[in-house]
Design a protein around this ligand. Structure first.
Ligand SMILES: *Cc1c(COP(=O)(O)O)cnc(C)c1O
Length: 400
């Protein structure tokens, strides 16, 4: 079997009559049929091909095939954003009366789906502790249908033992659904641990340059008809342009992630040794409470580092205000390093107690480590730490 890097580059499935070398883009909302019989057969699902770009388009198909090859999945679909992938991957399978077990440490908008949208359709959920799979037994109900996880989690970088989670899902006959956005298939492949479905925000590392939104749902072939019905008729289709951008970006995913990860590890080392920092979290740094698990199920630690500056929220805010090069933005997974404050942005809709339960302390800062030279990234953070120390009147020694 070909290696990951080779699949990412050589998986091109579409080539037109012009025999172009790079992947073409198919800007068309619909497709033509040879004759009435062909049209009938296409709609009946008896002939292969494209009908309408809400259903499929060669550009999105090309991207799906590539991500399936990367994740070890049988089939999949693209969606307009990561959130539409997550929503589709839940709603396509569940109905009134069903129950979901979800990690407490999921993306902010995933919390919103669970808390505010699904209950209106009579679908309930129970949060479980991501770091203690053994405690999940208590959450199982006779109507539990799905296990929904995210690892590493955004932004708390909690890790979930995928091997144990896979065994748990199997034992209770649950659809095992994993948001693999932070790791990407280059660092972690949940299907190897028994995941039935893997969802992605392709907006992040997959695109890698902060240009387009996109989502993917890949997994077992047997689960695809329900997803197909939902997508075809509710319409969260990805633009062929975005599919082309993301597919092009995936050709360089491995080399980009290698650098993001090595930069992130060096940044984690720097912060860990810095006297102004309370805690640093990075899955492949020995200081991470789940370091052994991180080493076991992820080939590298990913491109996100989170930390807490001494001096609480006030100092944290001043620190961000002193940043000169890094972008102050809520996105992540970009060539440009990005700094954000999750408690006031991505996870602001949660209560403080809910945030605390998943490690999002008020002063937590998330850095998406980019592809700039690591010395320049460290220098910017270092000068911002120094400048915020001065503006605080050197009230450091005291912990928050
Ligand atoms: C950003 C993100 C999402 C949402 O993706 P969008 O493309 O912004 O809709 C979902 N899960 C995780 C882990 C994310 O970081």
């Amino acid at each position: 079997m070909k290696h990951f890097e080779t699949k990412a580059i050589r998986n091109q499935t579409e080539r037109t009559q012009y025999k172009e070398h790079s992947t073409p883009t198919f800007f068309t909302s619909s497709f033509v049929f040879d004759d009435a019989e062909h049209m009938r057969a296409m709609f009946a699902g008896e002939a292969e091909g494209n009908i309408y770009s809400r259903y499929s388009n060669p550009s999105t198909t090309e991207l799906v095939d590539k991500v399936c090859a990367m994740e070890g999945a049988e089939a999949g679909f693209t969606t307009a954003s990561g959130m539409s992938a997550i929503f589709t991957s839940i709603i396509a399978f569940l109905q009134q009366g069903d129950h979901v077990i979800a990690s407490r440490a999921v993306f902010g908008s995933t919390h919103q789906i669970l808390n505010n949208i699904l209950p209106r359709w009579g679908i309930t959920f129970t949060y479980v502790d991501p770091m203690d799979v053994n405690s999940w037994e208590q959450a199982v109900q006779s109507n539990t249908k799905m296990l929904l996880l995210e690892t590493p989690s955004n932004p708390g970088l909690c890790l979930i033992d995928l091997e144990k989670a896979g065994a748990f899902a199997k034992a209770h006959n649950l659809i095992f659904n994993v948001d693999n956005c932070f790791a990407t298939p280059y660092l972690q492949r949940p299907i190897d641990f028994g995941a039935d479905i893997v969802v992605h925000s392709a907006t992040k590392w997959m695109d890698g340059q902060g240009r387009v939104l996109g989502g993917l749902i890949v997994g077992r072939e047997a689960l695809m008809p329900q997803i197909q019905t939902f997508i075809r008729h509710s319409g969260p289709a990805m633009s062929p342009f975005n599919a082309w951008i993301i597919s092009k970006s995936l050709e360089t995913l491995a080399v980009r992630m290698d650098r993001h990860c090595s930069n992130a590890l060096q940044l984690a080392d720097f912060l860990n040794d810095h006297s102004d920092i309370n805690t640093v979290l990075y899955p492949h740094h020995p200081s991470h409470p789940q370091y052994q698990l991180g080493k076991r199920q992820m080939s590298q630690g990913g491109g996100i580092v989170t930390f807490e500056v001494k001096g609480g929220v006030e100092r944290g805010t001043q620190f961000i205000d002193q940043i000169k090069m890094l972008s102050i933005s809520s996105n992540l997974g970009d060539a440009r390093s990005i700094i954000t404050h999750p408690a006031s942005t991505t996870h602001s809709k949660l209560s403080e107690a809910e945030r605390a339960a998943v490690g999002i302390t008020p002063g937590l800062i998330r850095v998406s480590v980019g592809l700039e030279h690591i010395e320049d990234i460290i220098k910017d953070l270092d000068q911002a730490l120094a400048a915020s120390r001065v503006s605080q009147g050197v009230a450091i020694g005291a912990s928050i």
